[in-house]
Design a protein around this ligand. Structure first.
Ligand SMILES: Cc1cc2nc3c(=O)[nH]c(=O)nc-3n(C[C@H](O)[C@H](O)[C@H](O)COP(=O)(O)O)c2cc1C
Length: 229
């Protein structure tokens, strides 16, 4: 995978001073539609709103459609979840990639995740990202009382675009994107999660336009909630 893009809000500001001035924002995008993606469009609006709230923030964008993480395999599981750990060159490279992705979320104060609904769930690239990031003793740990997330204190914003409507109505029980993302974030300890839904994009251009307008307005409201917290 190629490195993520890091954008300093104030180009004169170094990474080391960014924390004091407003923290780190990690934005994960995953739509396979890339330039025509509504989730990407609204996520960029969220970033603009967050920059108003955190003028000194450093923004790191990881585009999983452009640079998909590989699916995990036997080597990955051995390297990250066995006592033996990484022994081969391939296993060490897999751990290194996982560490890079984990370090990005560990460094973040706010995580923005943009996702299209693909066949009732999140894009497989985003699932692969979680498979690299959810790791025992790095982002969660097993304890006698169950698993315990290690990334507490961070906040997440989900930007989810869907062809149909799943927040209510007959398709409600077929929604597996937001519920999965909230559960996976909870697993690593992130429970302060706000969602921006862009629904009904397949229901005609007028409906889609209204949905995008509403999502853009909500982007401002969501950033406002973080500012007030
Ligand atoms: C391969 C593929 C599968 C899709 N599957 C669904 C689906 O199961 N349910 C749905 O409501 N929309 C589905 N859609 C429509 C997308 O969710 C919709 O176009 C959405 O806007 C995609 O997000 P994006 O604009 O950020 O790419 C699918 C689109 C594609 C390309």
């Amino acid at each position: 995978m190629q490195p993520a893009t890091t954008v300093h809000n104030d180009p004169t500001q170094s990474e080391s001073t960014a924390d004091a001035a407003g923290g780190e924002i990690l934005c994960i995008t995953s739509s396979p539609r890339r330039d025509t993606s509504y989730s990407n469009l609204v996520a960029m609006r969220v970033l603009r709103e967050l920059r108003q709230v955190y003028p000194g923030a450093t923004v790191t964008i990881r585009d999983l459609a452009a640079n998909p993480p590989p699916h995990i395999d036997d080597d990955f599981v051995t390297a990250t979840r066995s006592v033996a750990g990484a022994r081969t060159e391939r296993q060490r490279a897999q751990v290194e990639l996982s560490n890079t992705l984990i370090n990005e979320i560990v460094a973040a104060d706010v995580v923005v995740i943009a996702a299209s609904m693909i066949n009732l769930g999140i894009p497989s690239t985003l699932k692969a990202w979680f498979d690299h990031v959810v790791r025992p003793d790095r982002t969660f740990r097993y304890s006698a009382s169950g698993s315990q997330g290690l990334l507490r204190g961070r906040r997440a914003i989900l930007v989810l675009s869907r062809g149909g409507i799943y927040s209510g109505g007959p398709l409600r029980s077929h929604e597996h994107d937001e519920s999965y993302l909230r559960s996976a974030l909870e697993l690593v300890g992130i429970t302060d999660v706000q969602s921006i839904l862009i629904e009904g994009m397949a229901l005609g251009p007028e409906f889609a336009e209204r949905a995008v307008d509403a999502a853009m307005r909500r982007a401002g409201a969501v950033a406002g909630v973080l500012a007030a917290a």
